[in-house]
Design a binder for this molecule. Structure first.
Ligand SMILES: Cc1cc2nc3c(=O)[nH]c(=O)nc-3n(C[C@H](O)[C@H](O)[C@H](O)COP(=O)(O)O)c2cc1C
Length: 182
């Protein structure tokens, strides 16, 4: 909460930061904002984000995609040095990622695993892991100790279940982010 003279500005609790090459991750970021409530969540393109933006929120959601068979979406990659500078102590971070398990079964949502590993170089609390039921893939850097490190979505081939996955994931995160469920 900031006090600008007589004006009191109450910031949203949650910062949804996304990197998106062709708008698919951005669309999901917007759906997440609606599910949490516009008053509770801001959306920021990681391409435009600075240190202060990232440090402004206690609850963070980071969304990415995977490109070039196993590389993280480039806007995130460009911000890796910035991520190293952020003090994440006391914050909760959840990850989501879009991928394509049919065309890239050997690197499904690898970008999310790369982001997870990068964040873990820092002192972070990552929540919102997701069980791998209903997916068909061979390998993923985002699959660790029997679950995905965040929500994995496949808009190319499993669009029909995205809504249900988003609802379940946000229901869980609301309890973690101190937002009452509707
Ligand atoms: C050239 C190319 C390479 C890709 N490589 C992967 C990959 O290795 N693993 C994966 O899960 N998805 C891969 N994808 C799928 C994208 O991650 C997916 O389409 C995603 O929805 C893109 O979101 P965006 O347009 O918001 O960045 C690839 C897509 C393209 C076009």
């Amino acid at each position: 909460m900031y006090n600008f003279g007589r004006q009191l500005l109450i910031m949203a609790h949650i910062g949804i930061f996304y990197g998106s090459s062709h708008g698919h991750v951005e669309n999901i970021a917007q759906e997440l904002q609606l599910l949490f409530g516009i008053e509770n969540a801001d959306i920021i393109n990681i391409r435009d984000a600075n240190k202060q933006d990232l440090e402004s929120y206690n609850y963070l959601i980071f969304g990415c995609s995977t490109r070039d068979k196993g590389k993280i979406q480039e806007d995130w990659e460009f911000k890796f040095n910035l991520l190293s500078e952020i003090n994440f102590r006391g914050k909760k971070i959840a990850l989501f990622s879009l991928g394509d398990q049919r065309h890239y079964p050997e690197s499904f949502v690898d970008g999310m695993g790369i982001l997870y590993d990068k964040l873990n170089e820092n002192d972070v609390k990552i929540i919102g892991n997701w069980y791998p039921y209903g997916y068909i893939f061979k390998k993923s850097k985002a699959f660790k100790h029997g679950s995905f490190v965040g929500l994995a979505l496949d808009e190319q081939f499993q669009h029909s279940v995205t809504k249900d996955r988003l609802q379940k994931w946000t229901d869980y995160l609301k309890s973690q982010f101190n937002i009452s469920a509707n």
